[in-house]
Ligand binder design. Sequence first.
Ligand SMILES: Cc1cc2nc3c(=O)[nH]c(=O)nc-3n(C[C@H](O)[C@H](O)[C@H](O)COP(=O)(O)O)c2cc1C
Length: 241
Amino acid sequence: MTDDKPGVPGETGQDAPVTADSLRERMRSAPVLAGPLPGFDPAAAGPAPGPVFARWLARALDDGVPEPHVMTLATAGADGRPSARVLLLRGVDIERCAFDFASEAASRKGRDLAEHPYAALTWYWPQHGRQIRAAGPVEILDRDTARRDFLGRREPSRAAGFTGVMSAPLDGPAAYQQARRRATAHIAAAPEDVPEGHTVYRLAADEAEFWQAGPAGQHIRLRYARDPAAPGGWTRGLLWP
Ligand SMILES: Cc1cc2nc3c(=O)[nH]c(=O)nc-3n(C[C@H](O)[C@H](O)[C@H](O)COP(=O)(O)O)c2cc1C
């Protein structure tokens, strides 16, 4: 398919117009999974996914992969309509293969999770050619955990928590600036206050998959599925890449 439309100006306004054709060409020549890539031996991966995740994350941190604790969270509410966004991983329970993240209960994801407490996470670490997927039920951790999470944050992040209702429509930049000033004054006056909706969620994976790019497209996929009847509580197997 070719694009006969004139295109749109680039972000700076000084560069060449951006067209669907130019984007397609540039995407085709953009490198992906370029390596050098680490190896992965699924036979040596062990019987449970939590330690594999921990080892892969530690390696990403060691090797300076940018923002390896950033992940995509996909949710769906009662209408079944999926919605995905990027979040920070706040903690890992290696033994249970569970992942903690924090957000606002009134946000879209919070509403989705209230209606359908089940979600999926993905991480992608380009330098390692690694993708991890995890999915499972999501629970809300106790208020004390939410409190510690919130109060452990730096000031701008705490001010953001009092600035407005996440995901609600915003009238404009002036309304935002005004709310932000109010929030900054509020946390100065009440430094121990925690927004009512600040919530720490825990996704306890009942499935997890480790995807390792290999040379010449020979990728490896290792999937774990929780199975109380299996020794160690998990079954595992390879998938066609
Ligand atoms: C790198 C990065 C990290 C983020 N971390 C969080 C986070 O930990 N918690 C959060 O609620 N939103 C975080 N956000 C904002 C979310 O992507 C999203 O905009 C927000 O949570 C509202 O999503 P929702 O309307 O789907 O609920 C982050 C965004 C980026 C780009």
